[in-house]
Ligand binder design. Structure first.
Ligand code: XMP
Length: 319
């Protein structure tokens, strides 16, 4: 009979065996996978682990603070928080091509991570929250022809460059099992239950040019949408829900004035591993309530639409 408690104990023994008295670094993304991997590894080897959180400024509302608080204050895990928002936003300025945005973010992330790793005196191992579907997906992304749909953001290339061996304790697990393990390790429910968030962050939810101002607008709309979803008790029934800020302006009317502002799209899907997804069928009243609040409360948005596309043929993220 296989339980998470046994899995935890087995993995801890394996990590100790693999790492010995070596040093491990782990990149935190703010997501569940890297957090669960880090907490598990910390339990196994304590302060031989250092976490590095590359904060690219493309996180959701309050997300960076939550990660820092959880690791530093709740778990007391050594954490280097690098604020590189400026570097990411200036590099993204003027760029509108989805793949170029992804590649810039991926490369810059690795550069920053590598520099921080050197500052702490290097390491022998790199810890990653790789899951079973990631292992499959890196073989063939859609199960179809081997074309790159999107360059996925990860620290590929870094282990060779820095001569690091990999520690990947979650490689056999699916997302729901990682959540169970997270709960087993005492991670707060709201953290463990979080929807997945892509490495390139809000940059791929802002088609067209990414600016600080557009990130701030999107963060507000996204927070309202998620607030409504939580209040309706729907958060856990949904795989991912998020807002997208479109590079399209339309005319509206508010009070007795004309508005000319951006369109916001809302997306929500059900899925088990992100490889395929179905649209979440909100009732119309719920979406109307979200649209009303977003237009009333977020300056810069005057129209809200809902994305009804499944995956395939759509992808979950817009870029
Ligand atoms: P797509 O948009 O390809 O997304 O249908 C499938 C799942 O993967 C997430 N995603 C990413 N996760 N780095 C990540 O760690 C990435 O570059 C990335 N791009 C997409 C997406 O949020 C969804 O859960």
């Amino acid at each position: 009979d296989w339980t998470m408690a046994e899995f935890r104990a087995t993995k801890i023994a394996e990590i100790r065996e693999q790492v010995g008295d070596g040093k491990v670094i782990c990149g935190l993304s703010g997501g569940v996978d890297s957090a669960v991997a880090a907490v598990l590894i910390h339990e196994a080897i304590g302060d031989q682990l250092t976490c590095v959180f590359v904060d690219h400024g493309l996180m959701r509302m309050n997300e960076a603070e939550q990660v820092v608080t959880l690791f530093r204050d709740h778990y007391n895990i050594p954490l280097v928080h690098v604020d590189v928002e400026e570097q990411f936003l200036s590099g993204l300025a003027g760029e509108t091509d989805p793949e170029k945005k992804r590649k810039f973010i991926g490369k810059t992330f690795i550069d920053v991570f590598e520099e921080e790793a050197r500052k702490i005196g290097g390491a022998d191992f790199l810890a990653q929250g790789t899951l079973y579907p990631d292992v499959i997906e890196s073989v063939s992304f859609t199960g179809g022809p081997s074309v790159t749909i999107k360059s996925h953001h990860n620290v590929g290339g870094l282990p060779e460059r820095m001569n690091l061996k990999l520690v990947e304790p979650l490689r056999e697990l699916f997302k729901d099992e990682v959540r169970d393990l997270g709960r087993e390790l005492g991670l707060p429910d709201v953290f463990v239950g979080r929807h997945p968030f892509p490495g390139p962050g809000l940059a791929i939810r802002i088609p067209g040019e990414v600016t600080k101002e557009r990130c701030d607008i999107l963060r507000k709309a996204d927070a309202i949408y998620l607030d409504e979803i939580r209040k309706a008790g729907l958060y856990d029934a949904i795989w991912q829900a998020f807002a997208v800020l479109l590079p399209v302006k339309t005319v509206g009317v508010m009070g007795d004035g004309r508005t000319y502002d951006s369109v916001c799209a809302l997306r929500a899907v059900t899925s088990t591993d992100g490889m395929t997804a179905d649209v979440y069928p909100f009732d119309a009243g719920f979406l109307t309530q979200c649209a009303t609040r977003i237009v009333n409360e977020v300056k810069g948005i005057n129209r809200v639409v809902y994305d009804y596309t499944s995956k395939p043929p759509g992808t979950i993220e817009w870029e």
